[in-house]
Design a protein around this ligand. Sequence first.
Ligand SMILES: Cc1cc2nc3c(=O)[nH]c(=O)nc-3n(C[C@H](O)[C@H](O)[C@H](O)COP(=O)(O)OP(=O)(O)OC[C@H]3O[C@@H](n4cnc5c(N)ncnc54)[C@H](O)[C@@H]3O)c2cc1C
Length: 229
Amino acid sequence: MELIVHSLEHFGEVCVLRLRTPDSFPVHQVGHYAVLQFANFAERPYSIANAPNGKFLEFHIKNSGHAGGSTFATHNLEIGDTVIFHRFGGNYTLVPNCPRPLILVAGGTGLSPMLAITEASLQNNPDRAIFLYYGARHHQDLYYDRHLREKMVLFPRFSYIPTLSEENKAGIEFGSVGDIALQHPELLKSRLYVAGPVDMLRTTIDKALAAGVSPDVIHSDYRELDRTK
Ligand SMILES: Cc1cc2nc3c(=O)[nH]c(=O)nc-3n(C[C@H](O)[C@H](O)[C@H](O)COP(=O)(O)OP(=O)(O)OC[C@H]3O[C@@H](n4cnc5c(N)ncnc54)[C@H](O)[C@@H]3O)c2cc1C
């Protein structure tokens, strides 16, 4: 199905893209990805960054630095262009009525599904605490920093904790995002969602299990991504 580009916002190497959805469009599940095709490039999965709203799907697409669809989307796509939507996919979703706090751990474009989970949780369960850990290498890679700091002001139950792994910066935690998130004092009472590069998923999940987190409350696309290695 063809979808029309509704808006584009550029944040350095990342483009926030919204595709308008017609009334008949299927409803996605929070945490899932869509398989998209830009121009004649190969179709690729992209995590959906918003909760269903009947109007648009949001994606955060990073210039991969190679001559593929993601680079095309970040450099050449324009409002009004068409993008081919193939299907939704993914194996984890938000648990809507769970009272446990959410610890969301994201690296790179793994931020997208966490934004969708945050939005849906704030809509459906506004009293539930959310702790979003976002890991980048360098300060300039925290492309959504201002937006997330503004969200903290609007929603007191939402906390955003940026982390940097290759640069020391005052006021920002230094180290691996997974290691930092797993130090959360309420880790064993929370639900843990992890998204990002496959190595980050593997080590974070292994360490969470070793720390005593039940596999029932750990959510990620790890198995699916691991098969694609
Ligand atoms: C579940 C899931 C969710 C995802 N969500 C997002 C998301 O939200 N946002 C996002 O930006 N991405 C996301 N991705 C990654 C995305 O699907 C693409 O794989 C990625 O953006 C690169 O695709 P591309 O089409 O630009 O490049 P490709 O078509 O994969 O590559 C383009 C060309 O570059 C070559 N190439 C690729 N890598 C290298 C390399 N390392 N060295 C040399 N040449 C190389 C290829 O052989 C090819 O010729 C997700 C992936 C998965 C599995």
